[in-house]
Ligand binder design. Structure first.
Ligand code: ADP
Length: 494
């Protein structure tokens, strides 16, 4: 017999009928269905008319025997009956939580209220969460880059296997701790400030971009790393994911490359002077020959009495001048081929240009080359490694001297100009045949030469040097004929 629903307290009645989300079913102690709400109809796909009066065991398999409901109630208290397989009207099954509670009504037989909630969706959500967690774990375990997820307070939430290898901490050791532990001291405080600043203002400094920072390993050693940070909002929580690449090996390779480059620059300097050895020897020979002449003349003067001290004095001081001239050539040469530390300093530009052009122009006058130096008094100082920039000037001037060979006008002009408040341009122009169009597109690349004995290294080395100084080097053919090579340098403070 079904019991009319209004037999129950009005509050339960209202809940039972109205709730579509949850199935609320009343049964008697034999399991007979007394009432069946909208939620039950929806969940079991069975109307109240078809359900009421029937056996609950059709939908909730609890066993047909009398007392089964009691068993269900009893099992409830142990918490075992949370999830059950239930059966819809069409015999398909689904998982739901079943709560059973007896409703005591004075003087009447006990009635049991079954509250049933479909957990299929919740289960699916849990499974998908589990899956995505497993997915995340597999990403964390295999991603070659170190990956660290932190929350908005900087607390580490995930730590990939590569991060563990890189920093020397296990995942368990860092989870829940502040990411500052992976940074050198000073950066830690700055990072907290940074996160606080971002939370307050939303102003990003690194999020969405990458930058090179320093990481700190468990053993306290520090290393350069490339850090890229992304931001996620997950259920109202802000998470930051950092991808980290160790730059140690890359920087070592760069350092090695720099060493090789400076070695090459040095070798090219030595070999440039080597190819000029005979002209240099000739250049040195001149003052030495002059000294010999003056000394012989002095010897003669000493033998003639009375000694002409004026003439003797003149001869001695001339020979001293020549000795100084020879000494200066040797000094410039020695400075030039010395393998010094590359060091940028504020250097007087005039002395640098004069020394370099004297070296490069050795023997040029004999070949009819006219050298003109035009220095801008507004550009007295540059920030440069003296020897390296001299090497650039030597390369350019020697090319210019070679370019004017066999021309009627053989002029090489070296000009300095202040082109911006903090920039100086140095130009070496000639009256040669101009730049060969076949060479021009790759003029500053190595091994690009139009000369039979050329190595094609001078301009490429010059470019390396100028660019390492933060300058630019370029060339042009001049309207009046000949070529001009320009490069810029930062001017030193005045
Ligand atoms: P190399 O002098 O050994 O050939 P460089 O790198 O100094 O090597 O020069 C590369 C090429 O650039 C030269 O072979 C030449 O064709 C061209 N070049 C350089 N300077 C001049 C110049 N002043 N006039 C014309 N061509 C030049």
């Amino acid at each position: 017999m079904s019991r009319p629903i209004d037999d129950l307290t009005p509050v339960i009645a209202a809940a039972v009928t109205a709730d579509r989300r949850r199935a609320l079913i009343l049964v008697d102690r034999h399991g007979r269905i007394l009432s069946w709400n909208a939620g039950a109809a929806r969940l079991f796909e069975c109307s109240a008319a078809n359900a009421i009066g029937g056996d609950i065991a059709r939908f909730v398999p609890i066993g047909p025997e009398v007392g089964a409901i009691d068993a269900l109630v009893a099992s409830q208290s142990t918490g075992e009956a949370a999830d059950r397989w239930l059966v819809r009207a069409d015999q398909t099954e689904f998982v739901a939580t079943v709560d059973v509670a007896p409703i005591d009504r004075a003087g009447s037989e006990p009635v049991f209220a079954l509250q049933i909630e479909d957990v299929t969706d919740r289960r699916a959500a849990a499974v998908s969460l589990e899956r995505s967690e497993a997915h995340l774990q597999s990403i964390l375990a295999t991603i070659p880059d170190a990956m660290i997820v932190i929350d908005e307070r900087g607390v580490i939430e995930s730590f990939s296997a590569a991060a563990a290898r890189l920093f020397g901490y296990t995942e368990a050791e860092v989870i829940g701790r502040n990411v500052g532990m992976l940074m050198p001291g000073g950066d830690r405080a700055r990072h907290d400030d940074y996160i606080a600043h971002y939370r307050q203002t939303g102003e990003k400094r690194i999020i969405g971009t990458g930058r090179i920072v320093v990481g700190r390993r468990r053993d306290g050693s520090e290393f350069p790393m490339d850090l890229a940070v992304g931001e996620t909002l997950l259920e109202g929580h802000r998470l930051f994911t950092g991808f980290i690449r160790d730059l140690t090996t890359q920087q070592e390779a760069e350092l090695r490359l720099k060493q090789l480059q400076s070695e090459l620059i040095h070798i090219s300097r030595v070999s440039a002077m080597g190819t000029m050895a005979s002209t240099i020897a000739h250049e040195l020979n001149q003052p030495l020959a002059a000294i010999t002449n003056y000394m012989e003349a002095s010897e003669d003067l000493l033998r003639q009495l009375p000694i002409d001290t004026d003439l003797l004095g003149e001869a001695v001081s001339q020979s001293a001048r020549e000795a100084l001239r020879a000494g200066a050539i040797v000094r410039r040469l020695r400075d030039f081929v010395a393998r010094g530390e590359v060091e940028r300093r504020v250097e007087p530009l005039a002395g640098l240009i004069e020394d370099a052009s004297r070296l490069a122009l050795i023997g040029a006058r004999e070949r009819g080359v006219r050298a003109l130096i035009d220095l801008d008094p507004q550009a007295p100082l540059v920030l440069a490694d003296r020897v390296q920039i001299q090497q650039v000037v030597v390369n350019l001037v020697r090319n210019a001297v070679e370019a004017v060979q066999g021309r009627t006008v053989r002029d090489v002009t070296i000009t300095t100009r202040r082109i911006e408040p903090d920039r100086v341009r140095i130009t070496v122009a000639d009256t040669g045949g101009g730049i060969d169009p076949a060479i021009e597109p790759r003029l500053f690349e190595a091994f690009n030469t139009s000369k039979e004995a050329g190595m094609g290294l001078g301009l490429s080395i010059s470019r390396t040097i100028v660019e390492a100084h933060g300058g630019r080097i370029w060339a042009e053919n001049l309207k009046q004929g000949g070529a001009a090579f320009h490069f810029t340098l930062e001017s030193g403070a005045i």
